[in-house]
Design a protein. Structure first.
Lengths: 306, 288
């Protein structure tokens, strides 16, 4: 009796457990394949074609021509350079200053720390479009508060968003505004996690305040710092997209266009699917290489507490 | 290391710290107050400007000398903001529910079974988190156009039915769940489906709730995908409303600030009520 019933149940279990995981996975996997993996391949295919997105017009195969054209385009190199400027400009705002603040304020009482925490997190939950609108108002060349204050102390108004030399830094500061509080919180949390006895031991050995920071805190914070640096490098230019789109439209004279904005420009302003897709493929490969190298670096150089 | 340190007499170093720390703490407060002002002031200025009547718009006083709701009535007249807020709510709520559902199911598969290619599939899911949306936007746009769903709220939700972040976080949480409890439920004859919904999900409420907050707020603030699909204000989300308002009305600062305030209000309210949880859920999972 027992033997007879064990057979089919076990069989059912086995077939069930072979298919069950895939059944549970299917809704998520189908979504990711349809909306991310398939589009990746489709972008690769379209990058070899010339097409203006109209369903009625033909797709013409042009081989590597789209790539050759893009690499020959000064606009592309300018956008690439700007992407570098965004990343370098964001690093102090998203990592260095928050790191300094986190270390400097670690001994504030719990209660006031909670209040600061609640306040400096606010930019993170404000929608980028709203942030763009508010900053545009604050920085308005005629009546914005910033320029009214500059006028008040007798300075000339600054064209924060329409001067080609300044606009990119304005967008960087706005992006930094969004991230600074958040990075500070992440670093503060990591800093608070450092075992106080390590700091105490260093002090007993006669280490000065600066030596404690240099030899104990910074090494123990290194993995969090590296993580933030990697996120800034990988995503920094992406975070600024909304501000560029709403505030400068990539201008003046392309001075705020980064590689993500260029993609959008190719795809949806000039309606050239081939160019847009080719630059998407270039971006994706470049992004992949950078991500791979950075994650290897994290693995190798981050210093672990235990 | 830890126990050794605990055994050590702490009295002397402690006193030394407290002597020195008065000045440091004051400087620390100054630093934090400055950072707080930098972070909060733009939001405050938005609120303050939204209540200033048109003739006092360019005043620089911190507190509006006269208050009016004119800007709000103007904003409501200019764009169908109630409709847009409702669309945004539908978009965010549905995206949250679906991402949680697909995430819970997929995470369970990873946590419960070993199956062929499980590591590969897990990596493939994780990698999607790193694909910039700008890279896949053209094919996604074409797909939506083929389906005839441009300018439709449903199309906004489709790519948001599942997300790597939800799957990975939930899989992590489920793997951390004590195996013995799941085993005990199985001994009692519970099938997988019941184990998932009656044992795992109720026990992971905390993770699920914080994930829900995160998804809801990020979807509410989503800009890029709606921007691609929107044609008319009535069928779009409030973020696009603000963008349209800025392009169409130029420098109508008062109504623009009123519209911005209305768009941020739901998220700010969530934040005021659930401050601690919101901060935690963002810190746990994501910067994106």
């Amino acid at each position: 009796m027992a033997l007879a019933s064990a057979g089919p149940t076990r069989l059912r279990r086995m077939t069930q457990s072979r298919w069950a995981p895939w059944l549970y996975l299917s809704p998520a996997l189908i979504t990711l394949v349809v909306w991310i993996y398939w589009p990746l391949f489709d972008a690769l295919r379209l990058s070899f074609y010339q097409w203006n997105m109209l369903p009625t017009s033909p797709q013409t195969f042009v081989g590597w021509e789209n790539y050759a054209r893009i690499f020959a385009l000064p606009k592309f190199w300018q956008a690439l350079r700007n992407t570098g400027v965004y990343i370098v400009g964001l690093l102090p705002l998203a990592v260095l200053i928050p790191l300094a603040i986190a270390i400097y304020t670690h001994d504030l009482p719990e209660k006031s720390r909670n209040i600061y925490r609640a306040i400096i997190f606010v930019p993170m939950i404000i929608a980028p479009v709203v942030a763009a609108a508010v900053w545009r108002w604050l920085l308005d060349p005629g009546y914005g508060l910033a320029n009214q204050m500059l006028k008040g102390i007798g300075l000339d108004p600054v064209k924060f968003l329409s001067d080609p030399k300044i606009a990119i830094w304005t967008v960087i500061v706005i992006t930094g505004w969004k991230l600074m509080g958040f990075s500070t919180l992440i670093l503060s949390a990591a800093n608070a996690n450092i075992n106080p006895s390590l700091v105490e031991a260093a002090r007993m050995d006669g280490a000065s305040k600066w030596e404690v920071i240099r030899d104990v805190r910074l090494p123990l914070l290194s993995s969090t710092v590296l993580f933030l640096v990697v996120m800034t490098i990988l995503l920094g230019a992406q975070w600024s997209f909304t501000y560029i789109n709403v505030l400068t439209g990539g201008g003046p004279l392309g001075s705020t266009t980064n590689i993500y904005y260029l993609l959008w420009d190719f795809g949806f302003s000039t309606m050239s699917v081939g160019w847009g897709s080719a630059s998407a493929v270039i971006l994706f490969l470049g992004f992949g290489v950078v991500a791979f190298v950075l994650f290897r670096l994290i693995d190798r150089y981050s210093f672990h507490d235990n | 290391m830890t126990t050794e340190a605990l055994a050590r007499p702490m009295a002397r170093p402690l006193r030394r710290i407290s002597e020195r720390s008065g000045l440091n703490t004051a400087a620390g407060h100054v630093l934090m107050v400055l950072l707080s002002i930098f972070c909060l002031f733009p939001v405050y200025w938005m609120l303050a400007s939204s209540f200033r009547p048109a003739n006092a718009m360019f005043e620089t006083s911190l507190w509006p000398t006269t208050m009016s709701l004119d800007n709000y009535t103007q904003a409501v007249d200019a764009i169908p903001i109630a409709r847009m807020l409702f669309n945004t709510l539908v978009f965010s709520a549905l995206s949250t529910v679906f991402q949680l559902l697909t995430g819970i199911l997929a995470a369970f598969a990873f946590a419960r079974w070993k199956f062929p290619f499980d590591k590969l599939v897990y990596t493939a899911v994780a990698l999607t988190w790193l694909v910039p949306f700008q890279v896949v936007m053209i094919p996604n746009y074409l797909l939506v156009a083929q389906m005839g769903l441009l300018d439709n709220i449903i199309a906004l939700i489709l790519p948001n039915l599942a997300a790597a972040l939800a799957i990975l976080l939930l899989a992590q949480a489920m793997r951390g769940f004590p195996k013995e409890v799941m085993e005990a439920a199985r001994m009692d004859g519970a099938r997988n489906w019941r184990i998932l919904w009656e044992v795992l999900v109720p026990n992971l409420r905390g993770t699920i709730a914080s994930l829900a907050i995160l998804i809801f707020i990020s979807t509410w603030n989503e800009y890029f995908w709606p921007l691609l699909l929107s044609r008319t204000a009535e069928n779009s989300v409030v973020q696009i409303g603000i963008q349209m308002f800025m392009t169409a009305e130029g420098n109508q600062w008062g109504p623009l600030m009123a519209a911005s305030t209305l768009a941020s209000l739901p998220v700010l309210l969530i934040y005021i009520v659930l401050q601690r949880q919101v901060v935690q859920s963002f810190m746990k999972s994501g910067i994106r």
